[in-house]
Design a protein around this ligand. Structure first.
Ligand code: SR1
Ligand code: MG
Length: 424
């Protein structure tokens, strides 16, 4: 494939012919295209994803489509999201080495990235949690990833000139931001066209939430923050479907929603996905109780936030080289306490905001267009609705009362209490 040809979507049938001359791919998997085995495995909402196996290895070929795959060509979406994904992956690798798949090749015109194949036993984290698997390292690995990428992509660390150039580059990721702005922050709270929910079981609660003035105001305040607070380069879609795991490894994938936004967004979205998994476990108890899994998931939220805070604080003390909270104002004058006071303030603000983002992430996965397999794979609709209703109540509490919640233990106690309620 040459970069001069116009965009054309790959298929299982055409991939070998079109990429057979690609040196980067051949170097990884072998030149004998007759031996290549190609599978399309994309199960996300947007793109094509192929696994290509040759006689000396395998690779992933990910290609954007000019529309939203989940909806079809009635919803056009620019190919340039592949450009943002590529640039986000290179920055994440530099800021948190080893946390993302290695990139072998990028073709902007064809909107394709050839990258490392994370072979089995790698599995999507969401799938593992649905299966009731307790992964020992995820809290540490994801906590470190978030602290390193969010801190090192901000004015706490970068030279202002470099950060502003990067901000300008990612500012063009307009259409993917627009998806989040609509699907996450607004659509769940009115009768938007593509919304769906488990009906009729949730109809009453959904109507209540859509009439909830405090909730809607809070969702819009969070949207305002998302749109106006260009604090750092976010992953932008850091849910459990964007993470691949084994018992010993954790890799973040799919950062096509990357843009400069508030640090608390990535952390809130991620924790929301652990809490949703927690509330969905009741629906996956056919082969046995999930009490231990529920305890594990709450433990993961505690550890993730604790690792995040510790690493962020470490970077604050050792890598605060940007124009914010300059050392010349604090440590250089012998005022270490001043720097610690400022750190406490930043972390406290992030805590309050992440709870809000977590609350509305829970809502949009139950009320909006893009649902989670955690709940969707619960075949019994009454049981599913009961899990979802509890999660919705939990999300509402987080979003509306976030300024009055002081610790993650408090959040988890609330989650446990709501989960124990007998019915919707
Ligand atoms: C139309 S895209 C729907 C969702 O899929 C992606 O994974 C993002 O989470 C987006 O909101
Ligand atoms: Mg994705």
């Amino acid at each position: 494939m040459t970069e001069e040809l116009p965009f054309e979507a790959l298929s299982v049938e055409t991939l070998a012919a079109r990429l057979g001359g690609n040196d980067a791919l051949c170097a990884k998997i072998g030149r004998d295209t007759g031996a290549w085995k190609v599978r399309e495995v994309g199960d996300g909402n947007l793109n094509l994803v192929f696994i290509v196996e040759g006689d000396s290895g395998a690779a992933v070929v990910k290609q954007a489509l000019p529309y939203v795959r989940l909806v079809g060509d009635s919803w056009p979406l620019p190919l340039k999201r592949s450009f943002f994904e590529y640039h986000a992956l290179t920055r994440q690798e530099a800021r948190a080495p080893g946390s993302v798949p290695a990139i072998h090749y990028f073709d902007e015109r064809q909107a394709l990235i050839i990258m490392e194949y994370l072979a089995p036993p790698h599995i999507i984290l969401r799938r593992a949690l649905i299966d009731g698997r307790q992964l020992p390292n995820i809290a540490r690995d994801i906590g470190l990833f978030m602290a390193r990428t969010l801190f090192r992509g901000s004015d706490l660390h970068m030279a202002a000139k470099d950060r502003k150039a990067d901000l300008a580059l990612f500012a063009d990721n307009v259409e993917l931001c627009d998806i989040t702005e609509s699907l996450v922050f607004s659509d769940p709270y009115f009768d938007a066209k593509m919304n769906r929910h488990t009906s009729p079981q949730l109809d009453g609660l959904v109507a209540e939430l859509r009439a909830d003035r405090d909730l809607k105001v809070e969702a819009q305040r969070l949207k305002h923050m998302f749109a106006a607070n260009a604090e750092t380069l976010l992953h932008g879609d850091l849910h459990s479907g964007s993470i691949m795991v084994t018992d010993t490894e954790t890799r973040m994938i799919d950062p096509e929603f990357a843009f400069y936004g508030p640090m608390a967004f990535d952390v809130g979205m991620l924790l929301a996905n652990f809490w949703m998994s927690f509330f969905s476990q009741r629906g996956h108890e056919q082969k046995g109780k999930r009490d231990a899994m529920r305890a594990y998931l709450l433990g993961v939220t505690v550890e993730t936030w604790s690792v995040f805070r510790a690493e962020f604080s470490h970077l604050w003390r050792t890598e605060r080289t940007g124009m914010l909270y300059q050392k010349s104002l604090f440590e250089d004058q012998g005022d270490k306490l001043g720097a610690e006071q400022a750190l406490d303030h930043v972390l406290h603000q992030m805590w309050t905001d992440l709870l809000g983002f977590a609350g509305i992430e829970v809502h949009r996965r139950i009320l909006g267009l893009a649902h989670n397999a955690d709940f969707e794979t619960i075949a019994d609709e009454d049981l599913r609705a009961s899990c979802e209703a509890k999660a919705l109540k939990f999300g509402r509490h987080l979003a509306v009362n976030r300024r009055q919640i002081h610790s993650i233990d408090e959040v988890n106690q609330l989650a446990a209490l709501i989960e124990q309620e007998s019915s919707i």
